[in-house]
Design a binder for this molecule. Structure first.
Ligand code: DAH
Length: 371
C-alpha cells in the first residue's frame, strides 16, 4: 500500500499512473473493432497521445523524481503497447475466421457449365498426344522458344545455305553476347539436340511446343505448334518407326482401319526420310478421314542422320533410331473439323465454346481420348 502510494506520488502532476494504466488496459480489452483499437493507440501512444505527453512532462521534474517517473512511464508504455498488439492479433484472427467461414466453397455442388472455361483444341490434342505416346514409353521433353543457330539448324545437319534458314521463313533475333544468331525456333527438332546433349542414350521423348515461321494464310500462322518425337536405341529400325506411327494415328483418330502409307521424302536431319499419309475422302465441303482413295500428308519422319548423332557426341555405330515431327494445330483441325487455323489464336469465346473441350476430362486411351 505504501509502495503504491509512493509510486503514484512520483508520477508527477498528480496523475495516478496505476489508475490510468487500469483504465487504458480496460478500454483496450473492451474494444471489438480494429479502428477503435487504432483510435486508442493514437490517443495514448501517438505523437499527441496521453502517455507521450506524460513522458514529455518529465523534463520539469528534478533528476531523482524524473528517473523514477521515467521508469514507471516506460512500464506503462510497454504494457499498453503490448496489450494493443495482443488485441490486434486477436481481432485479426477473428476477422480471418469470419472471412474463411464466409468464403467457404461447397465442392460438392454440381458444376455450372455456363461459367466453366473450355480447353483449347491445341491443349486438348497435346494432352491426347501425351496420353498416347506416354503409354508407348515416351516422356515429355521441352525446350525454349528462343533457340540458337546450333540447336535449330547446324546440329540438325542443316547447312548454312539451306533454304529453311532464309529470312522469309525464320524470325531472327539480335544476338546478345555471343556472335551466335538467335532465332524463334522454326520447329521442335532442336529439342532432339537438347535431349541428346543432356545425357547418354537411349532416348525416348516427345516434345510438344510453340514454333514460329513468317507465314500467314488459311493453314499458316506465324506462331503454331509442333510435336517432335525421338527414339534412339541400339537396334531401332524403320519397322519400329512405321509401327509406332501407324499405331499412333489409329489411336489418335480413333479408327482402327485407317489406311497409312509412307512416301520417301527429304529432311536434312534424317536418312532415309519419309512423309506419312493417311487415307481420306474429300467431298465438296467435307474431309472424311480413314476411308476413300485419297491421301492426306500428316507428318514427317525418318531415321536420325548419323551427322546429327555425331553433332551431339552419340556414336552412330552403336546408337540409331527414328524421329518425327508433326503439326499439332494441323492434326487438331483434321480431327475436329476446324477449317481456319487463324481462328485458333483470335481468342474468341464463342469459338472456344464451340470447339473447346471440357476442362476436367483428362484424355486417356482407355477412358476415351475425346468425348
Ligand atoms: N522439323 C520438320 C519440320 O518442321 C519436321 C520433321 C520431319 C521432324 C522429319 C522430324 C523428322 O523429326 O524426322 O518441317
Amino acid at each position: 500500500m505504501a509502495e503504491m502510494a509512493r509510486e503514484s506520488d512520483v508520477s508527477g502532476g498528480g496523475v495516478d499512473i496505476d489508475r490510468l494504466e487500469g483504465e487504458i488496459l480496460g478500454a483496450i480489452d473492451g474494444v471489438s473493432a480494429m479502428d477503435a483499437l487504432e483510435q486508442i493507440r493514437v490517443a495514448e501512444l501517438g505523437k499527441k497521445g496521453r502517455i507521450t505527453a506524460l513522458t514529455k512532462s518529465l523534463g520539469a521534474l528534478d533528476p531523482e523524481a524524473r528517473r523514477e517517473a521515467g521508469q514507471r512511464y516506460n512500464v506503462l508504455k510497454q504494457a499498453v503497447a503490448h496489450a494493443i498488439a495482443t488485441k490486434k492479433e486477436t481481432l485479426e484472427s477473428v476477422a480471418l475466421d469470419a472471412q474463411l467461414l464466409d468464403e467457404t466453397v461447397d465442392v460438392t455442388l454440381p458444376i455450372r457449365p455456363e461459367i466453366m472455361g473450355r480447353l483449347h483444341p491445341v491443349s486438348q490434342v497435346t494432352e491426347e498426344l501425351i496420353a498416347i505416346f506416354g503409354e508407348m514409353g515416351f516422356r515429355v521433353a521441352e525446350g525454349p522458344d528462343v533457340e540458337d543457330d546450333f540447336n535449330n539448324f547446324s546440329a540438325l545437319n542443316i547447312p548454312p545455305e539451306h533454304p529453311a534458314r532464309q529470312m522469309q521463313d525464320t524470325f531472327y533475333l539480335q544476338a546478345e553476347k555471343s556472335n551466335m544468331p538467335l532465332v524463334l525456333r522454326t520447329h521442335t527438332s532442336p529439342v532432339q539436340i537438347r535431349t541428346m546433349m543432356s545425357g547418354p542414350p537411349p532416348y525416348r521423348i516427345i516434345a510438344p511446343g510453340r514454333t514460329y515461321r513468317c507465314d500467314y494464310d488459311l493453314t499458316h500462322t506465324p506462331m503454331f505448334h509442333q510435336v517432335e518425337g525421338l527414339l534412339i536405341d541400339r537396334r531401332t529400325h524403320m519397322g519400329h518407326l512405321k509401327g509406332c506411327l501407324t499405331d499412333f494415328v489409329r489411336t489418335f483418330f480413333e479408327r482402327d482401319d485407317i489406311p497409312v502409307r509412307f512416301r520417301p521424302s527429304y529432311f536434312p536431319f534424317t536418312e532415309p526420310s519419309a512423309e506419312m499419309d493417311i487415307g481420306c475422302r474429300r467431298t465438296a465441303d467435307e474431309l472424311i478421314i480413314g476411308e476413300g482413295d485419297d491421301w492426306l500428308e500428316i507428318l514427317g519422319c525418318g531415321m536420325v542422320h548419323p551427322n546429327v548423332l555425331r553433332a551431339v557426341g552419340v556414336d552412330p555405330e552403336v546408337w540409331q533410331g527414328f524421329a518425327f515431327g508433326m503439326g499439332i494445330d494441323r492434326i487438331a483441325m483434321l480431327k475436329y473439323g476446324i477449317p481456319d487455323l487463324r481462328t485458333f489464336f483470335e481468342g474468341d469465346l464463342r469459338w472456344s465454346g464451340n470447339y473447346g473441350f471440357g476442362a476436367i476430362d483428362v484424355p486417356t486411351t482407355y477412358g476415351g481420348l475425346s468425348r
